[in-house]
Design a protein around this ligand. Structure first.
Ligand code: IVH
Length: 671
């Protein structure tokens, strides 16, 4: 009976997704609205009756608002980044420790505490007190212009009357639907967040207008004259200007207070009219925020303290071994589908070989799994008492399940321990799973960012032999794609244009996109900034002169060994060379305007009142460079307390200028 049901459900779903694609992505409905709605209702009814059917392709999860290509794009002046997460006191202590290290000063931090509403963020640009452009977050750098839709939200003032309002300001906040209002929409959307996002991205603002959307403001992007001293001052000002702010916002003075408030709030959060998934803590002092700045994807000065996760109990049906981009073998438990906090879960990560051994996780075990936000569910407990007699310990494969290569566990010289993760020793495209994952990485947002070529499409194109290496993307057989189910003229044209667009890429993005282990966004930036152009990079890898990377401040043995390893595979080197002939890899722009242009610096000893990371970022902001060794290219050796004698001697030999921190600060005009 179940099989028959599943078959019926699947076929309805397939039909529905085809209608959906034609309607939303191709702007070309192939059935009448009535048919479309009828089929959707049939699917939802089936799901309601047989809960196990629901999956992530269901119309209750996917709503027809896939990034529509019809919205105009907008580059955020200040990126809309995400927040790092904290789950417990240890994470918060760590967060504060990092801030204090960065500022290199022991201070008592004050925090602006704000409920983290689970909605969709939007940025509202006001010029001369008028709301002129409203933008979605998009990928954080480029959003979509949804001004007309945002204008339908009553909480968003179209004009500001207050005289203190800046000439130009981007006000950012959350668009959301209240729990009560959602009850009327629950047949159409999986949760209030999806409902908000779906309504905001309607092509027709009249549809948006009918949705009960709200807006709460909490931060700013660009401001023409920023005179605010603290986040809490800014929040107060927002209220005066006529924006809604959260009336549970608070200022607290220590981690102890944060924890106490979090505990209390976690219990009472269900009384709120809207869903929240945690609290946001922001360093209140805007001057400190400014000094702390951002990492590549989140501010150093804020963190989201999540509420505890939902959990559920289920059975392990099987254990699959997935091979990741860097060869890591990750065991994944396939579990009996279980509904956890409104989402049907059928996979849970088991992390690595050691974790399975430590928890003695076996196929057939009854386990408790936890799911928090978008994080992949994980096992928190094995109910050993419920284990069936005769169950066997799980034997972790010693050969790569994808290519059969040897697998190894790295030895960490510092901790003197073997890594918990087992890896396939194949560094390149000979291992099918690694190759597919590398291609997925290559097209991802932070890499070449090829819209329309998602992970699933990569898998499909791999199967059909259309893509086997990254460079194949630029030589696709479009007539074959056009004949494939689900593809039409419009979608193929969109794909062609986004592939074309991706060809122009910065050096740092390109280095990141290659997918070398230990070369993430930050390290790719360090290498890109230092080598300036792709020819220098190719020169090093051709000559196998990898030690040159050691000259880059921030790049150490781990990264250099990984680069060596990666390029020991001839195929990898060839891929980079070939890609260089296809792409237009832009040289790193040299910051021409800074006072430290063409000047290089190296530090020795402890610097008073400022961290290495901060001074380094100040030097770079002013067009200077930091080096990691004393050599003939060095201009200044900056000495702090207890400097290394050897460095001073070497500096003298090279006639490098030796200065103290305050002299550098004078050069920079900061004290
Ligand atoms: S501050 C760079 N404040 O959380 C600072 N975000 O994970 C990021 N959010 O995209 C924004 N409430 O959608 C901030 N009081 C709050 C927030 C908040 C909810 C959401 C927002 C953002 C996401 C970051």
């Amino acid at each position: 009976m179940n099989d028959k049901l599943k078959k019926e459900y699947k076929s309805k779903l397939k039909q529905f997704n085809l209608y959906n694609k034609n309607y939303y992505e191709k702007n070309h409905p192939i059935v009448a609205d009535y048919e479309f709605d009828k089929l959707k209702k049939e699917i939802l009814d089936l799901e309601k009756k047989y809960k196990f059917l629901k999956n992530d392709k269901s119309p209750s999860v996917i709503v027809g608002y896939k990034p529509s290509k019809t919205f105009e794009k907008f580059s955020h002046k200040i990126p809309m980044l995400s927040l790092s997460n904290a789950f417990d006191e240890k994470d918060l202590v760590n967060f504060e420790k990092k801030i204090i290290n960065y500022l290199n000063k022991k201070i008592n931090l004050q925090y602006s505490v704000e409920p983290k509403i689970d909605g969709i963020s939007a940025s509202l640009l006001y010029v001369n007190k008028k709301f002129v452009t409203g933008v979605s977050r998009g990928d954080g750098k480029i959003g979509e212009i949804i001004t007309e839709n945002l204008k339908t939200i009553k909480d968003i003032p179209l004009e500001i009357k207050n005289s203190s309002f800046p000439n130009e300001i981007e006000i950012r906040g959350e668009v959301f639907i209240e729990k009560n209002d959602f009850l009327k929409l629950k047949d159409q959307f999986a949760n209030p967040r999806n409902a908000a996002s779906g309504s905001l991205r309607q092509k027709n603002p009249d549809v948006t207008k009918k949705m009960p959307l709200n807006f709460i403001a909490y931060t700013f992007g660009y401001i023409s004259n920023n005179y605010f001293k603290s986040q809490s001052d800014f929040l107060n000002e927002l209220k005066k200007w006529g924006f809604k702010t959260n009336n549970n916002n608070k200022v607290l003075n220590s981690i102890k207070e944060l924890i106490k408030f979090h505990k209390m709030f976690e219990e009472t959060r269900f009384d709120l009219d809207y869903d929240i998934d945690g609290l946001v803590y922001k360093v209140n002092d805007l001057n400190l925020q400014n000094r702390l700045g951002f990492t590549s994807n989140a501010p150093r000065w804020a963190i989201a303290h999540k509420f505890s996760a939902d959990s559920g109990t289920t059975k392990i049906l099987n254990i699959d071994i997935q091979v990741g981009r860097t060869g890591a073998l990750t065991p994944v438990a396939k579990v009996e589908p279980v509904n956890i906090g409104g989402v049907v879960v059928s996979n849970a990560t088991l992390h690595n070989e050691d974790e399975i051994a430590r928890k003695d996780i076996r196929i057939g075990d009854i386990i408790k799994i936890e799911r928090a936000g978008d994080v992949i569910p994980h096992v928190i407990e094995v109910e050993k008492k419920k284990r069936t007699p005769g169950s066997k310990k799980f034997v972790f494969p010693l050969k790569c399940p994808s290519c059969g290569s040897e697998t190894i566990k790295d030895y960490n010289k510092i901790t003197k321990k073997f890594d918990a993760v087992r890896r396939c020793t194949n560094e390149g495209f000979e291992c099918e799973r690694i190759a597919i994952e590398k291609i997925k990485h290559f097209i991802s947002k932070e890499a070449l960012n090829i819209d329309g070529l998602g992970k699933k499409v990569v898998e499909k194109f791999w199967e059909l032999n259309l893509i086997k290496k990254p460079q194949d993307i630029f030589n696709l057989n479009y007539s074959k794609i056009l004949d494939m189910e689900g593809w039409g003229k419009l979608s193929v044209n969109n794909l062609i244009s986004s592939i074309e667009k991706s060809k122009e890429v910065s050096l740092q993005r390109f280095i990141y996109s290659i997918g070398i282990r230990h070369i993430g966004i930050e390290n790719a930036k360090l290498i890109g900034d230092n080598l300036k152009n792709i020819s220098n990079f190719i020169e090093i890898i051709k000559q196998k002169n990898f030690d040159k990377f050691l000259n880059i401040d921030g790049i150490g043995d781990t990264q250099v060994n990984s680069l060596k390893n990666f390029f020991s595979n001839r195929l990898n080197t060839n891929i980079v060379i070939e890609l260089n002939s296809i792409l237009k890899i832009k040289s790193t722009k040299i910051n021409k305007s800074g006072v430290l242009k063409n000047k290089t610096f190296l530090f020795t000893g402890k610097l008073e009142g400022i961290s290495r990371a901060e001074i380094k970022s100040l030097i770079e902001k002013n067009a200077g460079t930091t080096l990691s060794t004393v050599n003939k290219n060095l201009n200044y050796l900056v000495i702090g307390e207890k400097p290394t004698k050897k460095k001073i001697e070497q500096a003298k030999n090279f006639r490098v200028k030796i200065i103290k921190l305050d002299e550098l600060q004078k050069l920079l005009n900061v004290t």
